[in-house]
Design a protein around this ligand. Structure first.
Ligand SMILES: Cc1cc2nc3c(=O)[nH]c(=O)nc-3n(C[C@H](O)[C@H](O)[C@H](O)COP(=O)(O)O)c2cc1C
Length: 149
């Protein structure tokens, strides 16, 4: 299975990077740091169609298995990773883009989180699980790494 790790963090080489790197070595998977891309918030007028989101999404669609990796920041994923998910809506809104969106139905996804507790909060996991399952993706695995403060 051809895997990519899409990771986000306010600390590029922090805890999430460390954990994602371990998994990347095990799975022989490339890592993509979402925060280095220009991904604007979702806009109903699609006024940011030319930022980096669409090209990044198309790159991710080349893989069979996507690991979404984020620290827990107040029970949630990072704003940048959330923007990535919100912008997938661009591909729903435009019928010319919908065939690309439907490719997600052939994909698997996993979740990697880091926090100061033993487990990711339910809200964090639920958002990712429900969104990806809504998009037709099949859940593979959850990884969680605890870091001391
Ligand atoms: C803004 C912020 C909010 C956080 N909120 C939580 C939280 O709600 N629950 C938790 O267990 N840890 C929380 N933490 C701790 C981080 O999840 C933890 O330190 C994580 O490993 C940091 O990863 P990073 O180095 O990639 O940023 C928070 C940290 C920050 C900076």
């Amino acid at each position: 299975m051809h895997t990519v790790i899409l990771y986000s963090s306010s600390n590029r080489f922090g805890n999430t990077y460390q954990s994602a790197s371990q998994l990347a070595a095990e799975l022989n998977a490339p890592m993509i740091y979402v925060d280095e891309f220009e991904i604007n918030d979702y806009c109903y007028q699609h006024s940011h169609a030319d930022d980096d989101f669409r090209a990044l999404f198309r790159r991710v669609l080349e893989f069979d298995h996507i690991v979404f990796a984020s620290p827990v920041y107040w029970y949630a994923i990072t704003p940048k990773l959330k923007a990535f998910f919100d912008r997938i809506t661009d591909f729903m809104d435009d019928e010319n883009l919908q065939p690309e969106l439907r490719k997600l139905r052939e994909k698997h996804f996993s979740i990697l989180s880091t926090s100061i507790y033993d487990q990711a909060p339910e809200a964090f996991t639920a958002m990712l699980l429900r969104t990806c399952q809504y998009l037709g993706m099949a859940f593979k695995q959850q990884y969680h790494f605890k870091y001391d403060v």
